[in-house]
Structure formats: C-alpha cells, structure tokens
Ligand binder design. Structure first.
Ligand SMILES: [Zn+2]
Length: 317
C-alpha cells in the first residue's frame, strides 16, 4: 500500500451560480464567510492548503486590492500557500464580457498584472490555476516567464475550450464523457508531469510542473461522485508509487445557498462536516498533505521522470 500525497486547493473568487445573491452584481459571501469557516477546519485538522486568489483588471474581481486585509491574513498562515487564479474575462467596447484565451499579448498582460497585485502584498506566487480550467495556448511558457513553477489548470490532464462566441464552454460530447469516465475507472490516477511549453495538456519539456486536478471536494458530497472519489482514493493506495491527489473547491461552496449577500452569508456546516469526514478519511490512509510548491519539491525528489529530466538538463548545461 502506498500513501498518497494530497494537495488541497481553493479557488478564491466571488460567489457564482446558485451561491450568488440574486439581483446584485457581485456577492462576496464565500470570501467573507466561507473563508473563516474553512480556515477553522484546516486548523482543526492541521493540514495545509493552496489558495488560488483571483486577480483581474476589473477592480470588483481584483481580490488583492478589494480584500487586501483578508489576503494578508491568509498569507500569514505559514503552512499555506497563495497562488494566482485568473478568469480571463475581457471587457469589450460595448461593455460586454468575453473570455479571452487566444490573444497572447492580452493573456500575458493579465499574468503580469496578477503577479504585480500579489507582489504589492509582498507575495511571490509560484502556483497557478486557469479560471474554469480554460486552455491557454503557451500557458506553461508564460508561467515560467512570470516566475511560476507549478500549475494546476487541468482536470485529469484535460483543459476546457470555449465556444466560438468566447462566452460559453464547449459542451462535452457524450462519447467524450464516456471516454473520460472509462479512463477514470480503468486508467491510473494521473501523475504530475512537465508539460510542453506550448500546451499544458501534452507532456514535454517546460519548467513548470503540472498537477492535474483529481476531483472536487464539494462534488464528493454527492453519492455517485463520492463513490468515484472513494474508488480513485483506493487506486492511489494500490499504486506501486506515490500518487498525487489534487483536490479543489470554490470558496462559495462552503456557504449556504440562499443566504447572503456578502457578510450576511452563512457557512454551510453540513458541507464543512462532509469536508472534515472526507479529509479525515484521507488522513487515515497515511496521506501526506502538501501545498502545490511542496508537492512539486516532493515530486522532483521522488519521480523517476523528474530525475531523468533533471539529469538530462544538467548534462546539457
Ligand atoms: Zn475560478
């Protein structure tokens, strides 16, 4: 039996979907009320977490300035890590929004802006996650150029694509959904990898290490998804070498739908209890909880593929 490494991560952004208070432009219930509830659980279980903090050229979504004190409090949690999260929302001349993924100059400017925003709070982000796991051409190269060393922008090694209107995600075809499920049931838990400079989905020679998301901690609360997560956990335990389970959720998901807005939101203690049970179950397997950057160090030390790459780069220097 091989104990897995667990990387627990949060997408730290304003409320969305059913968690967003109806009729208002922005709702920060998850940030204001989900954060303390989840921090209390982390402290109780003594496990670290990577916080992917959203930045944006839209001030209402630029959290290092909108909630500087809360981000500073998160940064003071020594065992945790602050990463960067960008949603690629681009305002058009008619004031509508699209998701821009293919204009390299604009994408690069968002990354630089995000790093500067966190720098202004004395933070040097090393970990990155693309909003909605959107596929960005040349993302690994751009991350490397901006000082990032670790990325988690794929689900089982796959990123999402946009429809041609740049407003909605491409729906997954039935055949592709069946192939994904089969892969998860039959294939092994995906390992970390060096992606190609140009494509985060393809293994290659980029410097940034990719940790694919394994499953959503929130989704594991449903019966069917919970069974799949349990099965994935068992597969990680049965694997011959250490597996890396990257778990994620959105901060609004620990608040109760229908409460809000902002500081009027209430923590959803049923979900917090579910998180506790699930994380304690992982702890009982002997799992080691690491931040993204710690997991990268661990992988570089223990992975044959990483050490081969290290050897070949040192012999070509
Ligand atoms: Zn997000």
């Amino acid at each position: 039996m091989q104990s897995p490494v667990v990387i627990l991560s949060v997408d730290w952004e304003p409320d969305k979907g059913p968690w967003k208070w109806r009729g208002i432009e922005m709702d920060y219930g998850g940030i204001l009320c989900g954060t303390p509830a989840f921090c209390a659980l982390l402290d109780e279980l003594r496990i670290p977490c990577t916080w992917f903090v959203e930045t944006s050229s839209d001030p209402s979504r630029n959290l290092p300035t909108r909630f500087a004190d809360v981000v500073r409090q998160l940064a003071r949690r020594d065992q945790d890590e602050i990463g960067l999260h960008i949603h690629w929302r681009r305002r058009m001349e008619d004031h509508s929004f699209v998701y821009e993924t293919i204009d390299p100059a604009w994408v690069g400017a968002q990354l630089e802006h995000g790093v500067q925003q966190l720098n202004s709070l004395d933070l040097r982000p090393r970990a990155f996650r693309s909003g909605a796991l959107l596929h960005i051409p040349h993302l690994p190269r751009m991350l490397d150029e901006n000082g990032f060393t670790v990325d988690s922008s794929t689900l089982w090694g796959r990123a999402n694509r946009l429809q041609s209107d740049k407003k909605r995600l491409q729906p997954k075809r039935l055949l592709s959904r069946v192939a994904t499920l089969t892969h998860r049931l039959v294939g092994g838990v995906p390992d970390a990898y060096f992606p190609m400079d140009s494509d985060v989905e393809q293994p290659g020679g980029a410097a940034t290490v990719e940790f694919p998301i394994t499953y959503s901690l929130f989704d594991s609360s449903t019966f069917r998804r919970g069974l799949l997560c349990h099965y994935v956990k068992l597969k990680a335990l049965m694997a011959k070498k250490t597996r890396y389970l990257t778990l994620f959720f959105h901060i609004d998901e620990v608040t109760r739908i229908g409460t809000g807005p902002d500081e009027k939101a209430e923590a959803d203690m049923a979900i917090v209890d579910h998180f506790r049970t699930h994380l304690e179950g992982l702890k009982r397997t002997g799992a080691r909880f690491l931040t993204c950057s710690e997991a990268r160090e661990h992988w570089l030390r223990h992975s044959a593929r990483a050490s081969q790459r290290h050897l070949s780069s040192s012999t070509t220097q």
